[in-house]
Design a protein around this ligand. Structure first.
Ligand SMILES: [Zn+2]
Ligand SMILES: [Zn+2]
Length: 447
């Protein structure tokens, strides 16, 4: 039934598999994917696409307009790698490596772009298709992104939120992409938790650690008390809310013979809804601040919205399952329901439009780990492109009957991107949280 599509992809399998290898061998972390972006842009241009480049950050998009009125469907491929020092194939200088398989996503996007240029590929389609190579899905290198923000280059730390903010997804009715998994089967979950990013700084007073500790205020002790207080809160997190708080100390002191006076922590606070994240983050901040007060230290907390929880659209789940079953066989697909406790910025798009973010197999090892590889690029890239094109075909043929059904039944939280960005602004706060007064009073600001 979809032979024309699968043949069009197979015909381009060398191009797809070459892209998988090239991008694996040239890993770049978020907002630094210049080589990847250029490589993909060159392929797209050779295929005859006119691109709109983001310009000051990597990535681009292009439109295929059928000339027949109808919905606009966005298909995404993420370009960024992770950092994993222990991975044997990590870049020797940057330690970047594609241990989340985004190289396979980009290769699939190449396959989709190539197949859509084959003769008759979009016959019977209405509406339009936007293909987008997007940067920075992984929420890492926060200080680098803080710098980009200070320079006025980006407003949001996630690539999709940034593209959304810039208007690159304006007019899009439905969006999808496929992530790679090390699982055995193609899989679809109902969604994934969202998150908030924290950067915390405890400021104490340095003094000789042996000679005069009484003159110091130990910021490291304040920080460890803060982490301990968060741990004491864990049993108050409701299981259904899927809260995850996982802080790391990024700087714990400068010299062993001095009382640490400047200690930094980074963390996420994850949860199933924005309300959960907001509520539990207040408790986390209270714990961190209380620890500062107990030591007489200062504390600066910088909270930034991370990713909105992902809510996969129910109608799209149904259609994607069918597309996956066509390629992988009935036993090769599992609809799991439930929420993943990892986060993705596809969640930001799901806040305002119907989306689907399922998984195709083909990887091996632990995601984000040192043993992660794409072991079956045929499945991870070529078959992934087939699934996405079949889904696209389902959505846009037959007068976009299915796409219109998705749009009619859609259940999204925000009517517009402006409404969404205004809401998440409430998760954004920065500054000193404790004030010690001469008269002994202490003022606390948890927000
Ligand atoms: Zn990923
Ligand atoms: Zn990842």
């Amino acid at each position: 039934m979809y032979e024309k599509i699968t043949n069009a992809v197979e015909k381009n399998s060398k191009l797809i598999l070459d892209a998988e290898r090239y991008i694996w061998n040239n890993p770049e972390t978020g907002f630094r994917e210049w080589k990847t972006s250029k490589y993909l842009a060159d392929i797209f241009e050779k295929l005859g696409y006119k691109l709109t480049m983001a310009g000051d950050i990597p990535g681009f998009y292009t439109d295929i307009d059928t000339g027949v009125p109808g919905p606009k469907v966005l298909i995404l491929g993420e370009m960024d790698a992770l950092i994993c020092n222990e991975h044997p194939e990590a870049d020797t200088k940057t330690h970047a490596v594609h241990c989340c398989g985004h190289n396979a996503q980009c290769a699939a996007l190449v396959g989709i772009a190539a197949a859509l240029r084959e003769e008759g590929a979009i016959d019977g389609f209405c509406g339009s298709v936007r293909l987008c190579a997007v940067p920075a899905e992984e929420g890492i290198e926060i200080s680098f992104r803080q710098d980009l923000r200070k320079q006025g280059i980006i407003s949001y730390y996630g690539g999709k939120a940034e593209y959304l903010h810039r208007g690159y997804f304006d007019g899009v009715d439905i969006a999808f992409m496929i992530h790679t998994t090390a699982g055995e089967k193609a899989s679809i979950k109902k969604g994934a938790v969202g998150n908030l990013r924290k950067a915390v700084r405890y400021i104490g007073v340095a003094a000789h650690a042996g000679g005069s500790p009484s003159k110091g205020i130990n910021a490291l002790y304040a920080a460890t008390l803060g982490l301990s207080a968060i741990n004491s809160l864990r049993e108050t997190f409701k299981e259904a809310d899927l809260v995850r708080v996982h802080p790391i100390i990024t700087s714990g002191g400068a010299a062993v013979n001095a009382i640490p006076s400047d200690v930094t922590i980074e963390s996420y606070v994850r949860g199933k809804t924005l309300e959960v994240i907001e509520r539990e983050n207040k408790k986390v901040n209270r714990a961190l601040i209380g620890a500062a007060v107990s030591m007489g230290a200062k504390i600066n907390i910088n909270d930034k919205p991370g990713y909105h929880p992902l809510n996969n659209d129910d109608t799209l789940i149904e259609l994607t399952k069918e597309a996956m079953e066509y390629v992988m066989g009935k036993d090769g697909v599992v609809v799991e329901g439930g929420f993943s406790t990892g986060s993705t910025d596809m969640g930001d798009l799901s806040a305002i439009m119907p989306v689907i973010h399922p998984y195709m197999p083909g990887a091996t090892g632990n995601a984000h780990g040192s043993d992660y590889y794409i072991k079956n690029p045929q499945v991870a890239c070529v078959d992934s492109a087939k699934v996405q094109l079949i889904l696209l075909n389902m959505l846009l043929t037959d007068n976009a009957k299915h796409a219109n059904r998705v749009i009619e039944k859609k259940c999204v939280q925000f009517a517009s991107k402006d409404e969404y960005f205004k809401r998440i602004q409430k998760l954004d706060s920065e500054g000193e949280r404790v004030k010690y007064c001469e008269n002994g009073e202490i003022y606390i600001s948890s927000l």
